[in-house]
Write a protein that binds this ligand. Structure first.
Ligand code: CO
Length: 215
């Protein structure tokens, strides 16, 4: 048996089944993609965007990284976002985190994990910002809460990008959704109302930043 032959075999079975149900499926998709959704999620293997939302190939544009971070200096994220907004003209941007996120947990631990600590610096800053609330919780609840706070913060980062602000300015309709996925039951929960217009400059200031209580 060749390496990974099982995966290639499963791929052929899948492609044949899709073709049997809809003979035009692949030829149609080969021409163009017109997804309505951009998914920004965690790289965690247990949170696959298409599968947990029941979306088929062609229906969701996807960006994933450790702990679903939206850093305005990340060219990878910005390239994906710009293409999704300006070219694909997605209607919805979903930031989906998950409880039990290893990246978020690492940001709560007071020891070095390696290079990843640099990637997680924004989440550590969020932890400092919400220290009072987090310190009052038992460790597991604090980790869950930081997962929620992280989703809410990253969704706001999307809203503050020049790409999304400019699109709204042009009159393009885009809704940004803050979702969290629970590993132990497979359920996605929205954490806050969707963001549908510019938040305003001062919204970025931690001193005035209002985060909905989603306890
Ligand atoms: Co994660």
């Amino acid at each position: 048996m060749k390496p990974l032959e099982n995966l290639l075999q499963k791929n052929r079975v899948w492609a044949a089944a899709v073709h049997a149900e809809d003979p035009e499926f692949f030829t149609r998709l080969a021409d163009q993609q017109m997804p309505q959704y951009l998914w920004i999620g965690c790289s965690d293997s247990r949170v696959p965007a298409n599968q947990i939302t029941g979306l088929a190939p062609g229906e969701v544009f996807v960006h994933r990284n450790v702990a679903n971070v939206v850093a305005e200096t990340d060219f990878n994220l910005l390239a994906v976002l710009q293409y999704a907004v300006d070219v694909l003209k997605v209607r919805h941007i979903i930031v989906c985190g998950h409880y039990g996120c290893g990246g978020v947990r690492a940001a709560l631990e007071n020891f070095r994990h390696g290079m990843i600590d640099n990637w997680l610096s924004g989440i550590r800053a969020l932890r400092r910002m919400h220290r009072k609330e987090l310190d009052a919780l038992p460790p597991a609840a604090a980790a869950d809460r930081l997962c929620e706070l992280n989703v809410l913060a990253q969704a706001r980062h999307v809203a503050h990008t020049t790409i999304v602000e400019d699109a709204w300015e042009r009159g393009q309709e885009i809704s940004i959704h803050s979702w969290i996925y629970r590993l132990d039951n497979g359920i996605i929960q929205p954490l806050a109302p969707s963001i549908e217009k510019p938040l305003g400059f001062y919204h970025s200031d931690p001193a005035v930043d209002e985060i909905p209580d989603v306890g």
